[in-house]
Design a protein around this ligand. Structure first.
Ligand SMILES: NC(=O)c1ccc[n+]([C@@H]2O[C@H](COP(=O)([O-])OP(=O)(O)OC[C@H]3O[C@@H](n4cnc5c(N)ncnc54)[C@H](OP(=O)(O)O)[C@@H]3O)[C@@H](O)[C@H]2O)c1
Length: 308
């Protein structure tokens, strides 16, 4: 099959490309960065350099494809997340329609139907094609964004550790934590991008009919259990995951200079996880869990953590 993968050689698209190339498909990988051309060719795929904000580029790239994986990269520079996601989803829908693509896999998220800004899945409803909407849980790779916090690095890291873990952390040298407006003993489904790639690959080559929603997860546990696994792998078995209120989280994101709309959407997303509604929806769909457990990822994480 001729398959188009968006998302460059990112967390999901890299293993996804490897699977599809190995299966003998002709794979084209979309990247916005001309410097990725060589790496894409080395992976056995054909590079298509351009932006998903360019409908003509997408239409041209999707022409004659048997299947397309459409993802919208999260942008921390777009001031209004909802507006950005809507525009990109409309671009995809228009290009897929004009190109006449019949097999489509759209990357969404497990909170998509609960968070106003994220709810763009319906924009693909009018396409005359088989569509699978992927709703994965929280990526293992998100832990990479917390490395400085876990290291209790800099004044901010020390201040936050002192504030939320108390003076004993400074006295014992046990600095560092994870935090968010979901956390503590909230139960969450974590997921490996490699397991998502497996699921996306299955959906791309499966000739289904109509619209399907597929939840994807690798392991369910509390946030503090996750912190213990990550902490143990990096020699900080006391690591805990502090649960902030929505208000505290919003203040933190504003201090980090995130645009107000974007900060609000991120808080809403995490609040949906804290409320347990995302988990409830996940359980209702009863998906089979993937193969990669958090303890496996924790080893990869530890290697990156110690290098930083
Ligand atoms: N993190 C989570 O917990 C979570 C949970 C549920 C759903 N999701 C969803 O999963 C997706 C993220 O997947 P991922 O982690 O595999 O992505 P990723 O690793 O962040 O990779 C996305 C790649 O897209 C490329 N890109 C950025 N802007 C572009 C543009 N304008 N045009 C074309 N390409 C562009 C970039 O590569 P180049 O520089 O090469 O262009 C980027 O590396 C998002 O849709 C997110 O909403 C995430």
């Amino acid at each position: 099959m001729k398959i188009i993968i968006t998302g460059s050689l990112g967390n999901i698209s890299q293993p996804l490309t490897a699977i599809l190339v190995k299966q003998g498909h002709t794979v084209t990988v979309v990247s916005s960065n001309p410097e990725k051309k060589t790496a894409i060719e080395k992976s056995g795929a054909i590079p298509a350099i351009g932006s998903i904000s360019d409908v003509n580029f997408l239409t041209h790239t999707f022409k004659d494809a048997d299947a397309v994986y459409a993802m919208i990269p999260l942008s921390f520079t777009e001031p209004d997340l909802g507006d950005y996601l809507r525009r990109m989803a409309q671009n995809y829908a228009q290009a897929l329609k004009e190109a006449g693509t019949k097999q489509i896999v759209v990357m969404s998220g497990w909170a998509a139907d609960l968070v106003k800004a994220e709810n763009v899945e319906h924009l693909f409803d009018d396409l005359d094609a088989s569509i699978t909407i992927m709703r994965p849980g929280s990526f293992y790779t998100n832990f990479y964004q917390s490395i400085d916090l876990i290291k209790g690095r800099g004044l901010l890291g020390k201040f936050l550790t002192l504030r939320y873990s108390g003076l004993w952390s400074l006295l014992t040298g046990k600095m560092g934590l994870l935090m968010g407006n979901y956390g503590g003993d909230d139960r969450v489904v974590f997921v490996s991008p490699a397991d998502i790639a497996d699921a996306v690959a299955q959906e791309l080559v499966l000739l289904t009919k109509g619209k399907t929603i597929r939840y994807v997860g690798s392991e369910e546990m509390t946030c503090n259990e996750a912190a213990k696994i990550i902490g143990t792998a990096i020699g900080k078995p006391w690591l805990k995951w502090v649960l902030l209120s929505d208000k505290e989280m919003l203040q933190g994101l504003k201090m980090a200079k995130l645009p107000e709309e974007l900060a609000g959407a991120l808080v809403e997303m995490q609040a949906a996880m804290h409320s347990g509604k995302t988990l409830e929806n996940f359980h209702k769909s009863q998906p089979k869990m993937g193969k990669v457990k958090l303890a496996d990822f924790a080893q990869e994480f530890a290697a990156v953590y110690h290098k930083k």
